[in-house]
Design a protein around this ligand. Structure first.
Ligand code: COA
Length: 424
């Protein structure tokens, strides 16, 4: 095996070298502390490989994203969200029989226990939908056993996929004060999601094929993104053998943040702010460039993609199609297009490779199809469930899996002597 040599305080250490199937190279420092007393320091884990994984490959410099070896462009064009979720969780594309069985199971687990409905009533209808989602996902753990038996693991993965869709739709209905609409077993996963959110019980309702197609694509594009913040959270929480529902609820919490899944909501709030400021987008572009200001253009830039975000490229085409077909005329969308143009031309953004990311276009699509802004991150969470489940399963099935437990460099006070309270 290839080895790297590290010289530290005049001593040499040999570090094993690992190479991935796409040529990625890693130096193995797992024994370094035991051998040398030193740990590695990498805040934000930008240079740390926390696991070996066969699920998703990203080359951020080239703008490449593969799920199980299949290019995202091909999956977005030819596959469906449900087929992609099977691919991620089970590792191969399903046969006709496997896909039929999987769909059947998803449909038959999409109802929520009636007692869960009462839990929605205990949460203020003004609560952020991500808080409600995290609460209800964690609560599933009170309704279903979680053991390490393979049959339980498979059943709970199905339950999470199926029931999160219903939880998301009920959360939305509760926010807008409408009665819940129950799942319809005859509809596809994505059509049923649209039906449960947009149907008013007294009205006839037809799911728009255009909206179904676009939303399905959005879900595919969000399905996994290797060791991002929420997925790492899921792996870390799950590494203690916490139950699957609590583990995924932790992922929902991490996704909620503005620098992660919450960015799609922030994009629309930023556009709203610019609209209310006479649509003066140039002022905000300048503010984003000003090092004395902490304002950032939300929906621009990415930790990994430094060329372009392949998901954003696919979604831009869908975004253009939706806006043209729905004939949407909204000043927010005009501001978005102006920001996109400036960012692609202005040297500040070009030099730093700050392209519009997936959250920029998904936010615009959600707005165009009439989703309230605070539901945007919930849609991201629904899309990310297969990735969380696949990564969790991979971690739990790994031989010799250990609890995640990073080290630190302590920088606090030393040798303090306790002073009784009356003497302080
Ligand atoms: N607007 C303006 N400037 C930005 C920027 C943005 N959205 N994103 C990054 N920059 C600038 C930084 O200020 C920095 O400039 P400097 O080199 O002059 O100091 C440079 O670009 C590099 O950014 P950095 O913060 O090192 O990138 P990162 O990898 O740590 O952060 C993000 C990546 C995604 C967190 C960051 O780009 C961001 O906050 N974007 C907005 C939020 C967003 O859309 N998140 C969703 C991601 S899918």
């Amino acid at each position: 095996m290839e080895q790297a040599k590290l010289i530290f305080r005049d001593k040499e250490y040999l570090l094993p070298v690992h190479e991935g199937s796409e040529g990625e190279v890693a130096l193995d420092i797992s024994q370094l502390r035991a051998q040398s007393g030193a740990v590695t320091y990498d805040p934000g884990y930008g240079n740390t490989g926390a696991c070996k994984s066969s699920i998703t490959f990203i080359d951020g410099d080239k703008g490449i994203l593969h799920y199980r070896g299949y290019p995202i462009e091909e999956l977005a064009e030819k596959s469906s969200f449900i087929e992609v979720s099977y691919l991620l969780i089970h590792g191969h594309l399903p046969t006709v029989q496997e896909l039929e069985k999987y769909k059947h199971e998803l449909v038959h687990h999409s109802l929520l226990h009636e007692d869960m409905k009462k839990m929605f009533e205990g949460i203020p209808s003004t609560a952020h939908p991500m808080g409600t989602l995290a609460t209800l996902v964690a609560a599933l753990g009170a309704f279903y056993d979680d053991t390490t038996k393979k049959s339980d693991i498979d059943a709970n993965c199905i339950r999470l996929m199926a029931k999160m869709k219903t939880i998301a739709a009920f959360t939305y209905k509760r926010c807008i004060g409408q009665p819940y609409v129950y799942p319809n077993n005859k509809l596809s996963y994505t059509a049923d999601l649209i039906h449960m959110m947009y149907k008013v019980p007294s009205d006839q309702f037809e799911v728009s094929p255009l909206i179904e197609e676009v939303l399905d694509k959005v879900l595919i594009l969000h399905a996994d993104h290797e060791q991002n913040c929420s997925t790492s959270t899921v792996r870390m929480a799950g590494s203690s053998h916490a139950n699957l529902f609590a583990t995924v609820a932790a992922g929902v919490g991490a996704l909620w943040g503005a620098l992660h899944g919450g960015a799609n909501q922030e994009v629309l709030e930023m556009l709203e702010m610019i609209k209310n400021d006479n649509c003066d987008y140039k002022k905000y572009v300048n503010l984003a460039k000003d090092k004395n200001s902490d304002f950032k253009l939300m929906g621009f830039g990415h930790r990994v993609y430094k060329n372009f975000d392949p998901r954003a490229k696919i979604l831009k085409a869908s975004c253009d199609k939706v806006l043209a077909k729905l004939g949407v005329n909204d000043p927010l969308l005009e501001i978005a297009m102006n920001l996109e143009r400036v960012a692609l031309e202005d040297p500040y953004f070009v030099e730093r490779k700050l392209y519009p990311n997936v959250d920029f276009y998904s936010g615009i699509i959600y707005k165009a199809i009439g989703l309230p802004v605070n539901m945007f991150t919930v849609m991201f969470a629904l899309g990310r469930v297969p990735g969380w489940l696949a990564q969790w399963k991979e971690m739990r099935e790994e031989a010799g899996q250990r609890i995640s437990r990073p080290r630190q460099i302590y920088t606090g006070a030393v040798n303090q002597k306790y002073v009784p309270i009356e003497q302080r």
